[in-house]
Design a protein. Structure first.
Length: 443
């Protein structure tokens, strides 16, 4: 097991005294009376979070960078004085994308390290292994790095857990509607991870293109031979393949299809469509026989936050944060993902006020987070009745290392909710000049 402990040094001398009475970046804090509730992991000067991430193993490529983006933004906030005078600590533990390991490291974070909450725990099969434990222990389980509905569709059953990214069903719905409207004669094949990632995505797709689907195949994460699945898709005559899979399996599907002489149009979930990572994996898996650059040219995907290379003030902010607080390497879309999640976490802490408790942060997110600005392209769905995250995506086409939008931002919800254009134009928001969350303390 690998453990990384991140902690920025506290501001010294007079600056620390002055900032202790302020909110993020020196803003006035508006906390109420003395807190009543669980303050585990909170001191006068720090707030401790933990996360489980695949720093090693099959899911490590790309995903292992997410925590470095989280850390960089938290350090950026800490450098400006923290949140209501408290600096944010992040303990990162490696679970290797193995649910058994996830249970072990999350037990350690909660029972030994006594963190305030878990933030950005990564993976559908991995986080499923700990979600009930976290709710039984009444630990804030914030912004899970997975689009499974389990994190937000039943707040009565899992009141301490919140999703973050769009769930796979609404992503599938929007992809399915695009296919129905733009490729109504396509013969569609489905390439699915054999869990909620694939199952929820398929559920959304079938609401719109059930009659166009000619074949579906599944793979088990960890089994790298997808030859039988791709062969079956080819034999079905599918000329458009939709993949709900992780990046390694995007590369494996591309490599296998090339070997078989199979050349359909491809559409991949956002989870598995980072062109730079997929290109490097394709080159690696082929032992250099296939050049990875441009491997996904012409493939379609979805987007819900601005990515590297995009003309966006949020990307400009992330470039600044990475330059000032990042470690080795360049800014990547996975680090942008981590920073975006960290921004929401900082917003929740800011809105919670000085009297921070575990109960308080859950209440604040349910009450106000729908209205918080940030890099997300569509509003959150948070309320007492839903802990589901971002409500929509836009369809895009991959060209080189960047994308070209095919639609405006579209929003919907699980079930038979209509797909519409985002009425609030969230994508038009810009970050505050200082790059720190500018949200009011929730009354």
């Amino acid at each position: 097991m690998t453990t990384i402990r991140w902690r920025s040094a506290l501001a010294a001398g007079t600056a620390a005294v002055v900032l202790a009475g302020c909110g993020a970046g020196g803003r006035e804090s508006g906390g109420g009376e003395s807190a009543e509730g669980d303050t585990t992991g909170v001191t006068d000067s720090t707030i401790s979070f933990g996360t489980h991430q695949p720093l090693t193993g099959v899911a490590a490529p790309g995903y292992s960078e997410i925590n470095t983006g989280m850390k960089a933004y938290f350090d950026y906030v800490n450098e400006a004085g923290g949140i209501h005078g408290r600096e944010i600590e992040l303990t990162v533990k490696d679970d290797g994308y193995n649910p058994t390991n996830t249970s072990k490291v999350v037990d350690e974070l909660v029972l030994q390290d006594e963190v305030f909450g878990i933030v950005g725990g990564l993976g559908t099969p991995t986080h499923t292994a700990v979600v009930d434990f976290l709710n039984q222990e009444e630990v804030p389980d914030l912004f899970v790095s997975s689009g499974a509905q389990l994190w937000g569709n039943d707040p009565q059953e899992r009141p301490w857990t919140f999703g973050w990214q769009p769930d796979y069903e609404i992503e599938g719905k929007i992809m399915g509607q695009w296919i129905k409207e733009n490729e109504p004669d396509a013969k569609v094949g489905l390439f699915l991870q054999g869990d909620e990632l694939g199952g929820d995505g398929e559920k959304g797709l079938r609401q719109y293109i059930d009659d166009q689907i000619v074949e579906r195949v599944e793979y088990a994460s960890g089994n790298t031979d997808v030859g039988p699945q791709i062969s079956k898709l080819k034999a079905s005559g599918a000329d458009l393949v939709v993949g709900f899979n992780t990046p390694s399996y995007t590369a494996l599907s591309q490599l296998t299809a090339r070997t078989l002489g199979y050349d359909p149009t491809w559409m991949y979930t956002n989870v598995g469509s980072d062109p730079k990572l997929v290109g490097s994996l394709l080159s690696k898996f082929s032992e250099g026989k296939v050049e990875g650059g441009g491997a996904l040219d012409g493939a379609m995907t979805t987007e819900y936050i601005p990515g590297v290379g995009e003309d966006s003030p949020w990307v400009d902010l992330w470039e600044k944060v990475w330059k000032e607080q990042g470690g080795k390497g360049e800014l990547t879309n996975y680090r942008v993902y981590g920073m975006s999640m960290a921004y929401l976490t900082a917003s929740a802490l800011q809105a919670s006020g000085e009297d921070l408790t575990r109960e308080r942060i859950v209440e604040v997110i349910e009450q106000d987070a729908q209205n918080w600005p940030g890099p997300h392209l569509a509003p959150f769905r948070y309320s007492e009745d839903s802990h589901l995250g971002i409500s929509g995506v836009r369809m895009s086409e991959i060209k080189g290392q960047s994308t070209t939008p095919l639609t405006e931002v579209l929003v919907t919800d699980i079930g038979d909710a209509e797909i519409t254009a985002d009425p609030d134009d969230v994508a038009a928001t810009e970050p505050p000049e200082d790059g720190l969350p500018d949200v009011e303390v929730t009354e």
